[in-house]
Write a protein that binds this ligand. Structure first.
Ligand SMILES: Nc1ncnc2c1ncn2[C@@H]1O[C@H](COP(=O)(O)OP(=O)(O)OP(=O)(O)O)[C@@H](O)[C@H]1O
Ligand SMILES: [Mg+2]
Length: 389
């Protein structure tokens, strides 16, 4: 039948066609899309006992419409990432019930009993002890399994080839890893940041360091990444009195540097900390970088004992983890900067009554992480950068 753009009323028929809920004829559907890119629908049985989520990629950016075309095959990348994670960390993603490549539509577990982490944090919640540890473990499990340590060389080459994602990588290369440091029509910022935005564009050392990170992003095929691991890609909550942490929306997935996933999460944690500081509501925000790193490192070291290629020795593991740490800091810095003087900003800061002081602090932290990443060798060194003097 070809690619069809599904509307709310089409969903019950579509679910039947795909073999879901053949025994149900009264299916209720509502659209819950709140991202920029895709459509998301929630379907439930009339008695409310069963539910599903359906996400469809359109051939354009949802909020822009057909004037901004975008290849819907980003949904293939999302399905592929979920398939890999399902093998090694099924408890950290929604259960996937089916992917339809013809319609770029993914049917998955309804997670509407959970909450998006950014929303909770913006409302004043703390992280709690499980969230960042869960994220660190997630990154370790996905990255180890899809690295040359976890996967035979030939399988890895096939994964790299299948996961090439030129259009979405180009967005990151431009929007995150170059535009904020040059004059570009995408860039905008609060007028209280005029001086810093100009300073960052004129800073030759900063630019070279960002160029180095950008080139790492383009060339370092360490492992399959989530690719967009910010606090809006994480849901948390409780089920049967146990904490639940779920990562979703891996449409930017590709084989790249592991530090890009950790760094994105750290940037968002550091910005959430500046929001809390501005509101006088700091709680456990400052612990999250260390918690996620420690969980990542512990899990990666545990998995190392199962590596498929033992020419890689323990001393090499130490060196590799140090590289991941350093690159994570650099990518964290670039993510902070681009979210304040680049194209797409964060509600953590934009919803503050006066976003300027927190944004200025965050920008300066971001620059420090980029230019001093080699010497900041542990979480407490990062704390020293973040602590107000
Ligand atoms: N499985 C699910 N269960 C319940 N709600 C979901 C589910 N998947 C997505 N949502 C809701 O839909 C929203 C958008 O989902 P998602 O982030 O995957 O879409 P997107 O268009 O790729 O967003 P973005 O523009 O941020 O990339 C989420 O913030 C969440 O509120
Ligand atoms: Mg998305």
């Amino acid at each position: 039948m070809g690619y069809r753009i599904l509307e709310t009323d089409d969903i019950p028929g579509y679910l039947h066609e795909r073999g879901h809920w053949a025994d149900l004829d009264d299916i209720r559907v509502r659209e819950v899309s709140d991202g920029n890119m895709n459509r998301v629908f929630l379907a439930s049985s009339a008695d409310g006992t069963r539910s599903l989520a359906l996400k469809q990629a359109l051939p354009w950016v949802r909020v822009a419409g057909p004037s901004w075309p975008m290849n819907p095959d980003r949904a293939d990348a999302e399905a592929r990432a979920y398939e890999q994670v399902a093998k090694v960390a099924p408890d950290k993603i929604p259960a996937i019930h089916g992917y339809d490549p013809e319609n770029y539509a993914l049917v998955m577990e309804d997670m509407s009993d959970l909450e998006v982490l950014r929303t909770l944090l913006n409302d004043g919640a703390s992280y709690g002890p499980h969230t960042s540890a869960g994220i660190g473990e997630f990154v370790a499990q996905l990255s180890f399994a899809t690295s040359d340590f976890g996967m035979p060389s030939a399988d890895r080459k096939a994964l790299i080839a299948a996961s090439v994602s030129p259009e979405l990588c180009k967005i990151t290369e431009d929007v995150v890893l170059s535009e904020p440091y040059i004059e570009h029509e995408h860039n905008h910022w609060h007028e209280g940041l005029d001086d810093l935005a100009a300073e960052f564009r004129a800073d030759a050392r900063l630019r070279t360091e960002v160029a180095d990170l950008r080139h790492t992003f383009m060339t370092s095929a360490q492992a399959l990444l989530h690719g967009d691991l910010h606090t809006g890609s994480v849901m948390v909550g409780e089920r049967e009195d146990a904490p639940v942490v779920r990562v979703f929306d891996p449409e930017f997935s590709f084989v790249g540097p592991i530090g890009y996933d950790l760094g994105l999460y750290w940037a968002n944690a550091l910005v959430s900390e500046e929001r809390a500081r501005a509101l006088g509501a700091l709680s456990d925000h400052g612990d999250q970088l260390a918690l996620s790193w420690e969980a990542f490192e512990t899990e990666f070291r545990r998995l190392w004992t199962t590596r498929v290629d033992t020419f890689f020795d323990d001393a090499y593991l130490d060196r590799f983890l140090r590289r991941v740490w350093t690159e994570s800091l650099g990518f964290a810095g670039t993510e902070i900067v681009r979210r304040i003087i680049g194209f797409a900003h964060l509600t953590d800061l934009t919803t503050l009554e006066d976003p300027v002081p927190a944004s200025r602090r965050a920008l300066l932290i971001g620059r420090e992480l980029i230019v001093r990443r080699d010497e900041l060798n542990a979480p407490n060194a990062v704390r020293a950068v973040v602590q107000p003097t």
